[in-house]
Write a protein that binds this ligand. Structure first.
Ligand code: N01
Length: 546
């Protein structure tokens, strides 16, 4: 390999991989510390998820004013959100504004895809290799590659042979106009729900190809007026303090009251109120606590939401297809929707059950389905959109050939599932910190809130490294096993840990029988923050420092 040219300096103390929400904030914080730091990103611009996902309808389903950085009062005062749930272009503009305001971009190298990272025990340096053959030597590597940055596709014959637009939601071409097109969307997770709703009345026809149905709740989006924005600005301290206290870093907090503490009439009245008043997210994040912990209360809530789907979808058969049968409401990530169910009342939209009519192959002109009784059905299309999700959490790590101490490969270390020290490091891989990755509290929180906790800890740790002249920082193997045990234990309290979703590693290869993995930490942001703080206060007992 050759030494890099231009802005890609060959030596750096801190190399951050990823210029998304997390990488940008980490860059800012390390610069404030006076550290020698560089960010590399495979994309041609900053923003990570918000740079890549440009499919129609893409937007937050966290309230905009909670999905932003809280570190700068000036930044908070000068930015105006236009909608309660901001669309992708506005979010990307916000991140670009942050980068410009804090002069971050000159520390970022774009179009630099990391191919390998190899630890040198002699030098106590990482040799980070790029696809173009260049290498950067770094004392510390900080991984901020995102949780959902490696798209997955169905394993189906003929994929790639379609002559029209064949795209994943993740890399939907921004300027593609779907007006008057014949479209098929595969998948009805959060991305599918957004794209389906957005394009339904523009396209000539749309076939939604659904494997399992997914629960949705009303998003309650609305414009934010100047007056409302002024009010929000005056309350940011209160808003962020509230978010800090909630398990997932949202403004929604699980009720201390159990559903069984109140009468059925009261429960239903409460749910009706949440459903009708744009408080959909509160149905799963701010509801009676037992609804996400016990199947009985969860079933009653699921029946309530199912009744809403039946009211909104005209054809009872279609309504039944849209009601999940394999999991209860809120036991997988719930999608926020704005008119999703009404789409299926349109004449130009058809819902196909892939369990009954599997895809046989992708053809040059569309999708060939099993029509039953030995028959096939050919869908003639202009667009095939895979809304089929991601090789979540560990996928971005698997794409890099990571070699640690004594030639240990990260892939091998994680063969039976990820192992981490407190979700921030991996034993055998010194000086590599995981800011966004498996078993980290950042993975399941309102993202900016979650990553702030980890980045703040990392920045404090970098100051400690500097002050104590630490050259080598490595998680202890026994701490890794203890962390796994702890994560398993706290996760087991929530029904979220018992369903087949990316939270539990089930979409890794899109195999339906993939065994579950401990991918995320469900112990809540306040607890995770406290664990990290105690670790630092006690001089990092879970790590070996040299
Ligand atoms: O992906 P998913 P997503 N054949 O994995 C189906 C975040 N997000 O991109 O349920 C046919 O949830 C699969 O079916 P099944 C958010 O964290 C945030 O929608 O496995 N179908 C499912 O319907 C979210 O959780 C926002 O049976 C196949 C769908 O594809 C995460 O991204 C917006 C299939 C995949 O759903 C991922 O959401 C959007 C196959 N082989 C997304 N394989 C915000 O608002 C999979 N499917 C911030």
């Amino acid at each position: 390999m050759t030494e890099p040219a231009g802005s890609r300096a060959s030596e750096v103390d801190y190399l951050i991989i990823g210029a998304g929400v997390c990488g940008l904030y980490q860059l800012h914080q390390l610069l404030e510390l006076g550290a020698d730091v560089r960010v590399v990103d495979a994309n041609s611009g900053l923003g990570g998820t918000w740079f890549m996902n440009r499919y129609p309808g893409c937007r937050f389903d966290s309230e905009s004013y909670t999905y932003q950085y809280s570190f700068s009062p000036e930044l908070l005062q000068e930015w105006s959100w236009k909608e309660k749930f901001s669309p992708q272009p506005e979010t990307l503009s916000y991140l670009e504004h942050v980068a410009e305001r804090f002069d971050l971009e000159r520390h970022i190298t774009f179009e630099a895809r990391v191919a390998s990272a190899t630890w040198s025990e002699d030098e106590w340096r990482w040799h980070v290799g790029f696809e173009d053959g260049t290498v950067i030597r770094a004392r510390f590597v900080l991984c901020a590659m995102g949780l959902l940055s490696v798209p997955t596709y169905p394993r189906v014959a003929g994929r790639g042979s379609f002559r029209g637009l064949e795209t994943h939601t993740f890399d939907w071409p921004e300027d593609y106009d779907v007006t008057g097109k014949r479209v098929a969307v595969i998948g009805t997770g959060a991305s599918g729900v957004q794209v389906i709703t957005d394009v339904a009345d523009k396209v000539e026809s749309m076939v939604v190809l659904q494997r399992d149905a997914n629960w949705c709740s009303p998003l309650g989006n609305a414009p934010i007026s100047e007056d409302e924005m002024a009010d929000l600005r005056s309350r940011y301290d209160e808003i962020f303090a509230w978010c800090r206290d909630t398990p997932a870093g949202f403004i929604h907090r699980p009720d201390r009251v159990l559903s069984t503490d109140v009468s059925r009439e009261e429960r239903l009245r409460h749910w009706e109120d949440l459903y009708a008043n744009g408080q959909g997210a509160s149905l799963y994040m701010g509801n009676y606590r037992d609804c996400i912990m016990e199947w009985g209360p969860n079933q009653e809530l699921s029946e309530f939401v199912a009744s809403k789907i039946r009211q909104r979808v005209a054809d009872p058969e279609v309504a039944e297809m849209l009601i999940p049968k394999d999991h209860g409401f809120g036991t997988k990530r719930v999608a926020g929707e704005s008119g999703f169910y009404e789409v299926f009342n349109q004449d130009n939209v058809e819902l196909v059950d892939l369990m009954a009519h599997p895809i046989l192959e992708i053809t040059e002109t569309g999708v060939r389905l099993d029509a039953g009784d030995g028959q096939v059905r050919d869908l003639e299309l202009d667009v095939i959109c895979y809304a089929t999700g991601f090789d979540a959490v560990t996928g971005p790590f698997d794409r890099i050939d990571v070699t640690g101490v004594d030639g240990l490969k990260l892939k091998d270390h994680w063969r039976d599932g990820p192992l981490t020290t407190l979700g921030v490091q991996v034993s055998g891989f010194p000086n590599m910190f995981v800011l966004v990755g498996p078993q980290s509290g950042s993975a399941t929180a309102n993202f900016p809130r979650g990553i702030e906790d980890v980045v703040n800890w990392m920045t404090q740790t970098a100051a400690y490294i500097d002050e104590h002249r630490i050259g080598r920082f490595e998680g202890r193997p026994e701490a890794e096993l203890q962390w796994l045990e702890h994560v398993r234990e706290v996760n087991s309290l929530l029904l979220l840990s018992k369903t087949r979703s990316w939270f539990n590693g089930h979409n890794i290869n899109l195999d339906r029988d993939e065994s579950p993995r401990v991918m995320v930490y469900l112990g809540g942001a306040p607890r995770y923050r406290k664990i990290l703080a105690e670790e630092a206060e006690q001089g990092y007992p879970s790590f070996v420092l040299s």
